[in-house]
Design a protein around this ligand. Structure first.
Ligand SMILES: [Zn+2]
Length: 226
């Protein structure tokens, strides 16, 4: 019965309270407070963005325990049948571990990156490709343009910029290759689109950068159109 539980217990959370019902107060971002037992306070805190917790005067140390427990508690912990793949569905501790795993990816655990030659040896000559990219820029800029066409423009534009930068060695061209590669990577992450081995959200791209992603995607795209 929910009336037997603390105020922090979510109605859909079937678990009973643990300890006093007023051990702590959980505050949300706008400082609205809710009293609770340590168990439900931790679950509530893990589900709030920007929440914090304070101990009741007669329960010193409770807030620290709740804070620690919340760190390893998944948001809406009582929902057990939902997928847990997005950062917002995982605990703070799990997200830190994932970020660290990305940082610790060592080069020898990964396949060698695609070289310039791998990526573009069979690509059209630059003048022809420049012409096609300009055409795509116009057609994909139409608000009614299909998603695939917008994506093809971003990909071929980034690949062209990568080739120009590789050949000129010029700083502005490097910057443009990074920027157009980043636009492709961001677009693909947002839309969940990619064809190569590593998805746009993979930690490998924080190491290798957007131009490496451009090459992966250009190779697979070019193979499929050849
Ligand atoms: Zn409770």
């Amino acid at each position: 019965m929910t009336t037997d539980r603390c105020a922090a217990a979510h109605p859909e959370d079937p678990t009973p309270c643990v300890g006093p019902h007023d051990a702590v107060t959980v505050l949300d971002r706008s400082n609205r407070g809710m009293g609770g037992c340590e168990h439900h306070a931790a679950r509530l805190l893990a589900s709030l963005e920007g929440g914090r917790v304070v101990s009741a005067p007669d329960h010193p140390g409770a807030a620290i325990r709740v804070h620690k427990a919340a760190d390893t508690t998944r948001p809406f912990a009582w929902v057990t049948d939902a997928p847990r793949t997005e950062p917002g569905q995982l605990s703070a501790a799990e997200n830190r571990a994932a970020a660290q795993a990305g940082d610790n990816l060592s080069a020898d655990e990964l396949p060698p990156p695609f070289t310039f030659r791998d990526a573009y040896s069979r690509a059209p000559e630059m003048p022809a490709e420049t012409h096609d990219v300009l055409r795509l820029q116009v057609t994909s800029g139409d608000y009614a343009a299909p998603q695939e066409e917008v994506r093809e423009y971003l990909l071929r534009y980034a690949a062209l910029a990568d080739r120009v930068a590789e050949e000129s060695g010029d700083a502005d061209d490097q910057e443009k290759a990074e920027r157009t590669g980043r636009a492709l990577l961001d677009h693909d992450r947002e839309h969940g689109i990619w064809r190569g081995v590593y998805p746009p959200g993979h930690a490998i791209w924080t190491h290798r950068g957007p131009r490496a992603y451009t090459r992966q995607e250009y190779i697979t795209w070019h193979r499929s159109t050849a």
